[in-house]
Design a protein around this ligand. Structure first.
Ligand code: MIC
Ligand code: SF4
Length: 639
């Protein structure tokens, strides 16, 4: 039986387990990446492991999230990361060099290799034919130390593309269509593997837009074949030697198939407040727009920026719209500056931001109260923009640029009415501008520089025989890590200081939570389906750990967050019967009488109501060992 691309890469990297769907497998990791908002914790954990230097083929530390420096904290963290990178053999991408996923695609990604990154959008590199997976910081630290990365052997979904995108319909619309069909839970436990005639019509950056936002499906990863287009992209990046062809065998067997005819797609938007709340622009209608933000790791390639510049050129941003543009990398920025494109953007009235995550993570550019913001980003969770009642729509660069001029949500396929203006499908350059002067090669020297903001991370203790605690918080379905541990300009500087950041834990759901948790000293959280969707931030486990959370009981979990809980010794448990969610109210006193000896099928006693509720653990032996030890670091030390 033939193999899929996913299976081929897994097979060549398998260190542990069997390639049997649903069972746990260990993978050798060739490359790692970190970013600065998760990096400090990852490197503190790496230091705690006592490994003298990284053992991967390539590890890169990016500075791209916490670039707003309103106090010493972020700048201190950057110095810490730079010094750790230098000492342990990690390449350092300086602030200003761009968003990790865009830069990694340009300068480091290689077809057929494995990559894990402490950021959920690491699968962006799947656009190059890599198996790239988002992970918690501790998992990345372990991989840097040469340890395997563990996942559940995924199902492989074949997304078969036919046809060709019509003018002004974008790669963004492809992934919005996938999200419309499959939902934010549709990819859990799966890798999305693209194939078909339509693949050939998409450039590497377009493919990367699609694999990037595959994260919003909850998928383990997304991957495209590595073909002639990949070769041309790598050649234009002066890295032709990194090319290897990679495709699925003709007789490869997929677990399911989704057919998409590219030529039938229309411009779409994900409406507030979920990336899968997708409608066509025509269905939504001409709503008034207050703000437009273009950029993020989803849509900040040179081609995206040139398309935007083309649409803006000769026009002025509507008087009621605030437009900001952040190029994805220094390479993109410099090439825009070297052409007339940057001048076209500035002339039209765009506010040009540095090459970084910026507004995507709430680092500035929060919309006005109740404002409608169109963003080319990948997440529109409530409050993520920094304005609680803002209405954020996720759209393509084409839709964003045209709407910025018109002042209302506009369908870019109507652009044909503009006469003979040739502004779409800017051809890809044969050669990108290569200048890696903002990437520092490590020389294994120097002292670690630790600023006063950097506090030790909390550690758990081994699991006791039984657990008795109250249901400190009960939440509903699709709780995101932005609910659990919000980001934004005010909170992100505290990423290296768990005691301080814990004061903001869950405040989006209940402002009294941190104080109540501290008073109770220990507690359990009750959740619905897809608990912990979104980012890879380990802080969504570390802050609850600091606040005494011992277990989370839900209908289902998002992959990375579940792993982060286990890595830190917080027990993620499932209701055997989803309806039993109703049998626990916030404040009830709960008991897991024999939890230490029964992680597989524990019984939850609700001491307040007398109800007995069956739970499921679903842990691998390795996961059980971590839980018993009180987390991965304790376990490693014990060994
Ligand atoms: C995000 O897009 O939510 C982030 C910020 O990039 C996170 C990482 C983080 O919280 O630092 C992610 O996607 O993993
Ligand atoms: Fe940065 Fe936004 Fe991408 Fe996260 S999703 S890596 S915050 S640009």
């Amino acid at each position: 039986m033939g193999l899929t691309i996913t299976e081929k890469i897994i097979k060549s990297h398998l260190t542990d387990g069997e390639m049997k769907k649903g069972s746990e497998i260990g993978l050798k990791i060739d490359q790692t990446l970190t970013q600065d908002a998760t990096g400090t914790m990852a490197y503190l954990q790496f230091e705690a492991m006592g490994v003298p230097r990284v053992k991967t083929e390539r590890s890169v530390a990016y500075i791209d999230h916490n670039t707003l420096q309103t106090g010493f904290e972020n700048a201190d963290d950057h110095r810490y990361i730079q010094s750790v990178a230098n000492k342990y053999g990690i390449y350092f991408s300086r602030p200003g060099n761009g968003i990790c996923h865009q830069v990694h695609l340009e300068r480091f990604g290689k077809p057929g290799k494995t990559l894990i990154g402490s950021d959920s959008h690491t699968p962006t590199a799947g656009g190059l034919g890599m198996l790239a997976i988002g992970a918690g910081g501790l998992d990345v630290a372990v991989a840097m130390g040469g340890g395997a990365y563990y996942i559940t052997m995924p199902e492989v979904v074949n997304i078969r593309l036919t046809g060709k995108l019509p003018p002004f319909v974008s790669a963004k619309d492809v992934i919005l269509e996938v999200l419309r069909r499959l939902s934010v839970k549709g990819g859990v436990g799966k890798v999305m593997e693209y194939s078909g005639e339509g693949v050939r019509t998409l450039s590497v950056p377009e493919r990367a837009t699609i694999t990037n936002m595959g994260a919003e499906l909850g998928a383990t990863s997304s991957v495209f074949p590595s073909d002639e287009t990949t070769k041309l992209f790598l050649k234009a990046q002066d890295r032709e030697e990194d090319y290897t062809p990679l495709e699925a065998d003709k007789d490869a067997v997929y677990d399911s198939v989704v057919e998409i005819d590219l030529s039938k797609l229309e411009p779409m938007a994900a409406c507030p407040h979920s990336p899968d709340n997708v409608k066509t622009i025509k269905e939504i209608g001409k709503i008034k727009v207050d703000q437009v933000c273009i950029g993020s790791c989803t849509n900040s390639s040179l081609a995206d920026m040139l398309t935007v510049a083309g649409i803006l050129s000769g026009n002025t941003v509507h008087e009621n719209v605030d437009l900001s543009i952040a190029p994805g990398s220094k390479q993109v920025f410099e090439m825009l500056a070297g052409s007339s494109a940057l001048a076209d953007m500035i002339e039209a009235g765009a506010r040009i931001l540095e090459a970084a995550c910026g507004p995507c993570i709430g680092m500035g550019q929060s919309p006005n109260s109740g404002g409608v913001s169109l963003r080319t980003f990948n997440r529109n969770f409530e409050g993520r923009s920094g304005t609680k009642d803002a209405l954020v729509y996720l759209v393509s660069p084409e839709t964003a640029a045209l709407s910025a001029i018109n002042g209302y949500l506009s369908d870019p396929t109507d652009i044909a009415d503009w006469g003979d203006k040739q502004v779409y499908k800017i051809p890809h350059p044969d050669k990108f501008l290569i200048n890696d002067n903002m990437i520092i090669e490590p020389d294994f020297k120097g002292e670690i520089r630790r600023g006063p903001n950097i506090k030790p991370f909390p550690k758990n203790t081994p699991l006791g025989e039984q657990m008795r605690a109250s249901a400190l918080l009960k939440v509903g379905d699709n709780i995101t890590t932005d609910h659990i541990m919000p980001a934004g300009a005010k909170i992100l500087p505290l990423r290296s200081n768990i005691p301080a950041i814990s004061e903001h834990c869950f405040v989006a759901c209940d402002e009294t939570f941190p104080a109540r948790a501290k008073e109770a000293e220990q507690g359990i959280i009750i959740g619905g389906t897809n608990y912990g969707q979104g980012s890879s931030r380990e802080h969504a486990a570390l802050a609850p750990l600091y606040l005494g959370i011992k277990a989370v009981i839900c209908k289902s979990f998002a992959r990375i967050h579940r792993q982060n809980l286990i890595n830190n010794g917080i027990i993620p448990l499932l209701f055997k019967h989803e309806a039993d969610y109703e049998k626990v109210s916030q404040g009830d006193e709960l008991q897991l009488a024999d939890i230490k000896n029964n992680l597989d099928n524990p019984v939850l006693e609700n001491l307040t109501t007398g109800a007995e509720i069956e739970l499921i653990g679903n842990f691998s032996e390795r996961e059980k060992d971590m839980i018993l030890a009180g987390g991965l670091l304790n376990l490693t030390k014990g060994k």
